[in-house]
Ligand binder design. Structure first.
Ligand code: ZN
Ligand code: ZN
Length: 112
């Protein structure tokens, strides 16, 4: 299978993530798009069911932001969100699979 190697990654904590791939492909992800596709067990485990109730004391919900990014080896990024979630480890393979560009969506449409 193809290996997914990132040539360049640009992270904007309030806008999103851009990745230039070694094979010449370019991907751009919005924050909400990435947050919704968090690959951690908690998020992917609740897929298809309502998410657990959020803290009822948290009446004010700030705009989604990335608080910190931590490289995991050389194959993934761990994204820490301002909603307190920080267990999502986004491998480059995951990034590439969820690439929202038209070309990838068309290719993925048959797989999903
Ligand atoms: Zn998660
Ligand atoms: Zn793509």
């Amino acid at each position: 299978m193809a290996s997914f190697e990132a040539e360049h990654i640009a992270i904007s904590k309030s806008h999103g993530v851009k990745i230039d791939w070694r094979d010449g492909h370019h991907s751009q992800y919005e924050l909400k798009y990435l947050r919704d596709r968090c690959p951690c067990a908690t998020c992917s485990g609740t897929h298809g069911t309502p998410p657990p109730a959020s803290n009822p004391l948290q009446l004010y919900k700030p705009a989604l932001k990335i608080e910190a990014v931590e490289p995991v080896g050389n194959y993934a990024l761990r994204l820490k969100w301002n909603d307190g979630h920080n267990t999502g480890i986004y491998s480059y393979e995951h990034f590439r699979l969820i690439c929202p560009c038209e070309e990838c969506r068309r290719r993925g449409a048959t797989a999903i």
